[in-house]
Design a protein around this ligand. Structure first.
Ligand SMILES: [Zn+2]
Length: 243
């Protein structure tokens, strides 16, 4: 259920019964010159709407946090960043607000790499407040499965562009699709020339290989995985064997 659509009285009835709140988090930033600025918001919203259709009665979906931490792409038009301290506080305060109203489990459905450090730090604070926080950063969490569908990943690359095509192909400017097959040799790596090396056109990977069909397959895979992660989160099955 979408929290925004509930009355306060209805929320009070549900808050004691529904223990899981999903918070979509993203960013407004350049995604090549072919994908929309809201790419990192559009994809988590889709992941949440797929969950709403399947288990909407069992989870609360919070309003999305559609601005994130993205200083690296500030040179590209339309990119907006907010300070690291602000996003850590924002994620912490909003999640802890839901914990105060009875949530046990917080799922950050993340669409943007720059948010991961802030989500990690916020999760420690949420844990200290008594909540259990899980971050799903779709392209990273499901990388092993995505590369069975796509040849390679990238920022506005084959996988992310496919994910947008599956939602609305008119959002992608096919005439601006491009290729830049470079990544950092080790992460994290930051420096004054890193954007030119890794994201010269605000993208990486091969967006020319993106298709709607690949995007549909990625969402189908991710829905099953998200359902399983949420089930395990609530069941207390929080570990995997070390191999
Ligand atoms: Zn992105």
């Amino acid at each position: 259920m979408y929290v925004s659509k509930l009355t306060s009285a209805r929320f009070a009835e549900l808050a004691g019964k529904i223990d899981t709140v999903i918070i979509p988090v993203g960013s407004l930033e350049a995604h090549g010159m072919h994908c929309p600025l809201g790419t990192d918001n559009i994809i988590p919203e889709r992941l949440c709407s797929d969950l709403e259709a399947k288990i909407g009665a069992d989870v609360l979906i919070a309003p999305a946090l559609n601005y994130g931490y993205t200083p690296s792409l500030m040179k590209f038009p339309g990119t907006i960043t907010i300070p690291a301290e602000t996003i850590i506080s924002m994620y912490t305060e909003i999640a802890c607000g839901f914990v105060r109203w009875g949530a046990k489990y917080i799922v950050f459905m993340n669409g943007h790499g720059g948010n991961i450090a802030g989500l990690t730090l916020a999760s420690d604070r949420i844990a200290a407040a008594g909540g259990t926080a899980l971050t799903i950063s779709w392209w990273a969490t499901y990388a092993a499965d995505i590369v069975k569908i796509c040849d390679a990943q990238g920022h506005a690359g084959e996988d992310e562009t496919s994910a947008i095509l599956a939602i609305d192909a008119s959002l992608v400017d096919d005439s601006k699709r491009s290729i830049h097959m470079k990544k950092a040799f080790c992460m994290p790596l930051a420096g004054p020339d890193q954007i030119e090396k890794r994201y010269p056109g605000a993208m990486s990977g091969d967006s020319t290989k993106a298709t709607k069909e690949k995007g549909v397959a990625i969402y189908a895979m991710m829905l099953e995985k998200n359902l399983e992660y949420i089930r395990r989160l609530r069941a207390g099955e929080h570990t995997d064997p070390i191999v």
